[in-house]
Design a protein around this ligand. Structure first.
Ligand code: CP
Length: 304
């Protein structure tokens, strides 16, 4: 039985195949509309979500399956003291596959050890978000036509931004990737990602506080929200939350074919005047999240 806890649980070949299937789904939606007839997806979200939960549910519905679950732990028996492991074991009696989000790093890994059905990590604390990474890879691949030979700027909260950690891990397996890490000192990429991913794989990278410094070189600019919910101190959040605000004027020096991505939700880090710029791809990215999750559900249920 397959679980997806970390993006490294998938080989590069499997990721490339998921992208291929997602592109086929986009081109031939009807062909897939009964692939999951009779199958049930449970979405167990112990932390808020719009895109991940609803795109998973929409993905399963478009495959002909059905969905059940909860969107906050207060409406489950976890609020009475039931453990996550027991919850997962029981939900496996009612479903064929589970997508789970939890504020604690490692919770989906613990859960999958007791589960009788496949578990998909839909985000665990500040750690990982592998299905957002699949979404990002599908978007980059569709926009740039490749996943190699790219200069990727990652901007904002690189410390707590789990999507950044998973994306760096995934892209480091492709050739010719250079990262520009743009953050204030307080929100720099954690040492464990620098040591275990970037340095270990000899990936070229540089760090800067100024978004303007490397902007003209970027093929992809991946903006992120400052993760308010992971801060211990409100004053620190208030001081850092508007450190970067991308607007149309700042994009003047950027490449004409830059792709601007954001896992969303955004707060202030991308001004709405960027939304109409043809380089803004974050809403397409959100839509791609549904298609790649359709491909992933098929793969994990072993449906051709
Ligand atoms: N990108 C993302 O994970 O969004 P949600 O928190 O709305 O699911």
């Amino acid at each position: 039985m397959r679980n997806l806890i970390d993006i490294k649980d998938l080989s590069v070949e499997e990721i490339d195949n998921l992208i291929k299937v997602a592109n086929d789904i986009i081109a031939n939606k009807e062909k897939y509309s009964h692939k999951c007839d009779g199958k049930k997806l449970a979405t167990l979200f112990f932390e808020p979500s719009t895109r991940t939960r609803l795109s998973f549910e929409s993905a399963m519905l478009e495959l002909g399956g059905s969905v059940l679950g909860f969107s906050e732990s207060s409406s489950s028996s976890v609020s009475k003291g039931e453990s996550v492991s027991d919850t997962i074991r029981v939900v496996g009696c009612y479903s064929d596959i589970i997508a789970m989000r939890h504020p604690k790093e490692g919770a989906p890994l613990v859960a999958c050890q007791k589960s009788v059905v496949p578990i998909i990590n839909a985000g665990d604390g500040g750690h990982n978000h592998p299905t957002q990474t699949l979404t990002d890879l599908l978007t980059i691949s569709r926009e740039k036509g490749r996943l190699n030979d790219l200069t990727i700027g990652l901007c904002g909260d690189l410390k707590f931004g789990r999507t950044v950690h998973s994306l760096i891990t995934a892209m480091s397996r492709y050739k010719g990737i250079k990262f520009v890490l743009i953050s204030p000192d307080e929100l720099k990429l954690p040492d464990y990602v620098i040591e275990n991913v970037l340095k270990k794989n000899n990936i070229e990278y540089c760090e800067t506080k100024k978004i303007e410094e490397y902007l003209p070189e970027l093929d992809v600019l991946y903006m992120t929200r400052v993760q308010k919910e992971r801060f211990f101190n409100e004053d620190d959040y208030v001081r850092l939350k508007d450190y970067y605000i991308l607007n149309k004027a700042k994009l003047e020096t950027a490449k004409k074919d830059l792709s601007i991505l954001h896992p969303l939700p955004r707060v202030n880090e991308i001004n709405t005047d960027v939304d109409d710029d043809p380089r803004a791809k974050y809403f397409e990215q959100a839509l791609n999240g549904k298609y790649i999750r359709m491909a992933l559900i098929l793969m994990m249920l072993g449906i051709k």
